[in-house]
Design a protein around this ligand. Structure first.
Ligand SMILES: C[S@@+](CC[C@H](N)C(=O)[O-])C[C@H]1O[C@@H](n2cnc3c(N)ncnc32)[C@H](O)[C@@H]1O
Length: 202
């Protein structure tokens, strides 16, 4: 049973799994993983017949996700997986039912870069479609992070990240004209970092 679960979902982000269990994405067909890495979050979508696309700046990661997707080339051909920048996605407006951004936005160089990535992803979500974001924040650890400029912070775990606050996420939600179909949820990892899930519908 454990192996079957692993086969089906791989190492999927637990909060993305939560949305799958809730049926949020039941009517989705076209899925883009923006900053897909090696593809841990798309195993389920590939196996379930979704048309999956992936973009990542790392050529090695695109090579890995292509391997993962090779058995599913009837619905997710290899050309769907491209080396590229999230802030400059090579797709037409309003293409995707679901865009996934898992552990990518906190690599923004500054606030402008963050907004460019966010608006690029939002541009390719179709009306009624979804943007799932999981990103580092300062929520609950405000007093433990140290600003190093440009919206980036030194975290207690030693990493440097672009961090959002709850106020920023609420303000972006409003500016995008998005609906939050879930409240903002944050996991405090033993006061070392905080990882927030931000779920939007267009
Ligand atoms: C921590 S990994 C997360 C990978 C995957 N989303 C996951 O959850 O397993 C961050 C990924 O984002 C990619 N990345 C970071 N900034 C990017 C950008 N501006 N455009 C495209 N890819 C980016 C990196 O190459 C890396 O594969």
């Amino acid at each position: 049973m454990k192996e079957a679960l692993r086969q089906q979902f791989g190492n999927i982000d637990i909060y993305l799994f939560d949305q799958l269990l809730k049926g949020t994405y039941d009517d989705c067909q076209l899925v883009l993983d923006a900053g897909c890495g090696q593809g841990r979050n798309v195993a389920y979508f590939l196996q379930s017949g979704y048309q999956v696309y992936g973009v990542d700046s790392s050529a090695n990661h695109i090579a890995s996700i292509k391997q993962l997707a090779a058995p599913f080339s009837d619905h997710s051909p290899q050309d769907n997986f491209r080396i590229g920048a999230v802030e400059n996605l090579p797709f037409k407006d309003e293409t995707f039912d679901l865009v996934i951004s898992s552990a990518v936005l906190h690599f923004a160089n500054d606030a402008l870069h963050f907004e460019e990535m966010l608006s690029s992803m939002w541009r390719v979500v179709r009306p009624g479609g979804y943007l799932f974001c999981r990103l580092a924040s300062d929520i609950g650890i405000e007093h433990l992070v140290r600003s190093i400029g440009n919206g980036r912070y030194l975290l207690p775990d030693g990493s440097e990240r672009f961090l959002v606050s709850q106020e920023m996420l609420l303000s972006f939600t409003k500016a995008l004209g998005a609906t939050q179909h879930e409240p903002i949820k944050t996991t405090n990892v033993q006061n070392l970092r905080a990882m927030t899930t931000w779920c939007l519908q267009k």
